[in-house]
Design a protein around this ligand. Sequence first.
Ligand code: SGN
Ligand code: CA
Length: 516
Amino acid sequence: MKHFGLFLLISATLQIQAKQSRPNILFIFSDDHAVNAISAYGGPLAEVAPTPHIDRLAKEGAIFLNSFCANSICGPSRANILTGKHSHKNGFMRNGNRFNGEQWTVAKELQKGGYDTAVIGKWHLGTTPTGFNHWEIFPGQGSYYNPVFIQMDGSRKREEGYATDLTTEKSIEWLDSRDSEKPFFLMCQHKAPHRTFSPALRHLDSFDDVTIPEPSNLFDDYKNRSETLARNEMEIDRHFDWAYDAKVRKNERGDIKLPKPDRYGTPEYNRMTPDQKTEWDKHFGPRNQQFLADFAAGKLDHKALVRWKYRRYMRNYLGTVKAVDEGVGKLLEYLEKKGIADNTVVIYSSDQGFFLGEHGWYDKRWMFEESFRMPFLIRWPGKIEPGSRPSGLIQNIDYASTFLEMAKIDMPEGTKVQGRSFVPLMQGQDKGWRKSLYYTYYEYGEHRVPQHFGVRTDQHKLMYFPRTNEWNLFDLKADPTEMKSVYDEKGYEKVRKRLTTEFNRLRKYYEAPEFD
Ligand code: SGN
Ligand code: CA
């Protein structure tokens, strides 16, 4: 009996110790942040647009070189993360669906397991967050300037300031007021760099003096691939709105008529205070006048006009990234100041990638590399060797299992989670890791990207377009910018067969429904 008492005491102490040693998880998540706009990934913009704070995570932890989403669009990606499942299993297939918050989520499990949980910023899942002790979210897409936040009692609060700064500040406020007896799980979710690509006013000038390199396929002809590519509506050339995207406001133009499209106006400008508008105009006013004068004088041919829009797009997009990066810096500093950096896992990721002019595009959705990839950087002191560069194929359906392993919580039976923990990859163990990923995209609407499905291995990608019954195959080594499908090419018969078999195997494995 005496021994039994001692045993209980020891096991209770061990349990408390295990609980105390469970790390906090700070998940910093942005919207539409392409890996090419994070300098640690070493892309073409790394020199001109450094992200020093995000890069710190790579330096002090790991940068996943092959991180992907399961469905390259906002709501679905967030649902993939929360449920650890592909879209056809969690029911959130396309934006505009409503997330079923009754189902199992990693937030609920962490909450049940003793974590203090919160989500702040962009949510975009239609229903009220479940599994969070605290939440404060944007309605829908949210706004960049003076945004509204929905409160837990359902009321709406409009705050003066810039969305990214406010999301960071609110995250810090919550960290300060949380239950410090418990480990925390905080999802700090930015709107930026999503369309309308509107930077903090302090960053408007940031990229004025740099030469922004241009992707080799800015003028893609969409040949040698699915016929659906040419039917897209996401080109900088044909679909980038003059006022809404390029920030040339209608009442700045006098008699000068710009080519189409020019549909939406400038809702972000309309939200600003008079002082904010003055600052905006101080930046864009003279630049727009110069541009309009050049345009009216016929100095810009078709290609030059596309290039002008591309540069305008990039300056604004990268400008929004600057505030996100600063926010990461503020959060890292906070953790240090509070002495909790050593016991906090910090992750930086984004709901999908984005086209920064590649294929002539903005937006995402396609299984092409730029939008299929998700950034994933993580610092976990003592557990991840600084400077690690895991190359295993990971996907957002893996995050739930990964977070639970970090939190030392067993995955409950019956959850049917489809992802798996990639903690081993962080520690250099890739034995038995998956060799292929399954991709789905269901939405068909804005930007006219068709439904498509596919499989990617380290070197090849097979894509299937059910509506036009087309198959594309890419050799990522020979053709990293995916300019030519080799599906019918001589010499690729074996690869085609192998990938098709793998595609069918994965569809069975993930219990994918028939194509409709
Ligand atoms: C909005 C944007 C689109 C964008 C979708 C999805 N238009 O509808 O350009 O593709 O969001 O983005 S806008 O006029 O509202 O800016 S997502 O990241 O939320 O999925
Ligand atoms: Ca997004």
